[in-house]
Write a protein that binds this ligand. Structure first.
Ligand SMILES: NC(=O)c1ccc[n+]([C@@H]2O[C@H](COP(=O)([O-])OP(=O)(O)OC[C@H]3O[C@@H](n4cnc5c(N)ncnc54)[C@H](OP(=O)(O)O)[C@@H]3O)[C@@H](O)[C@H]2O)c1
Length: 283
């Protein structure tokens, strides 16, 4: 039995069906079992856990609770989804909390694999692309000319599957990335071309994002975390060289951003067509 904590999010929606399709029994830990069933169907079982807020509560304390529970249950392997660049003194709170969870896992009695993905294409294409498609507006963090490596959540799910079952990956850190490094300005440009729409681009200055992140932390730690990621996007080296990953795992073809944008564009066009069709049928 594989327990997937956070199995209803971007990554979970790729990983859980992959495991279910193989016939692996899966249980999803969720705060909302009904919504989990809507998203994932009936095959994976779902239970619920208490909600928490922000990187400290979710990514450190939440993971620590899971590690302790896994030790008590005699779990065979614990796969931790961390993030590329996780470090004790990283400027982003999320990266520091991920690192603390990594340390706790390494010090545990468990067999472990730590997977460190880069930012998910699907999420960032949604964040950058939604306002471009809906309102012709784009918001860029800082200058937007720092190269960032993005990877598809679908590819990350395939690496997680290996991390769960490959004996050769025991007690190792697997850095996962995508095939290209793109600046945020380049991402906006790619979305504009896919959507066939030019956007009015607004840049949020880094000092303003730092201030917002600090001010919001007590009330909206989740949003503060997202703004913190925006700061990192413009100020931290977020490039990744995928050549080693490709050499070690040639069976996993790394998805380019253009393919994800094409799929998301097609899905959006499909939704718009459905809305138009239902408007027509109401007339
Ligand atoms: N997104 C990225 O760009 C990225 C990059 C590198 C690493 N990662 C890591 O990859 C993992 C999956 O990312 P994701 O983008 O798929 O995650 P996500 O969609 O943001 O969230 C995954 C699930 O976590 C649960 N969750 C969210 N907030 C919570 C809270 N405050 N308390 C308790 N549960 C909460 C939710 O499940 P329920 O609502 O069902 O409870 C949610 O569906 C995370 O560990 C993330 O840090 C993500």
């Amino acid at each position: 039995m594989i327990l997937v904590a956070g199995g209803t999010g971007h990554l979970g929606l790729e990983l859980v069906p992959l495991l279910v399709a193989q016939g692996t029994p899966v249980r999803v830990l969720t705060r909302d079992p009904d919504r989990a069933r809507q998203r994932l169907g009936e095959s994976p079982e779902s239970g619920f856990g208490p909600g928490g807020q922000g990187p400290k509560a979710v990514d450190y304390e939440g993971n620590l609770n899971l590690i302790r529970a896994a030790e008590a249950a005699g779990t065979r392997r614990f796969v931790l989804v961390s993030m590329e660049g996780a470090a004790a003194h990283h400027p982003m709170e999320l990266a520091r909390m991920k690192y603390r969870a990594e340390e706790a896992l390494r010090a545990s009695r468990l067999d472990w694999v730590i997977v460190r993905p880069n930012p998910f294409m699907e999420l960032w294409a949604e964040i950058a692309g939604g306002p471009i498609i809906k309102e012709g507006k784009a918001t860029v963090f800082g200058r937007g000319d720092n190269p960032i490596n993005f990877n598809s959540a679908r590819d990350v799910a395939r690496f997680l599957e290996l991390a769960l079952f490959d004996p050769g990956l025991s007690r190792t850190i697997l850095a996962v990335g995508g095939p290209e490094n793109l600046t945020f300005n380049e991402l906006v440009g790619q979305i504009e071309r896919t959507a066939g729409r030019k956007a009015v681009v607004k840049h949020i200055p880094v000092p303003m994002m730092r201030l917002l992140s600090v001010l919001m932390r007590p009330f909206r730690p989740d949003l503060a975390g997202l703004i913190g990621a925006g700061v990192a996007f413009d100020t931290v080296d977020m490039t990744f060289d995928a050549s080693d990953l490709r050499r070690r795992f040639p069976q996993i073809e790394l998805t380019p951003m253009a393919a994800v944008l094409g799929e998301q564009g097609a899905a959006t066009a499909g939704r718009l067509a459905q809305i138009k069709a239902s408007e027509v049928s109401r007339l």
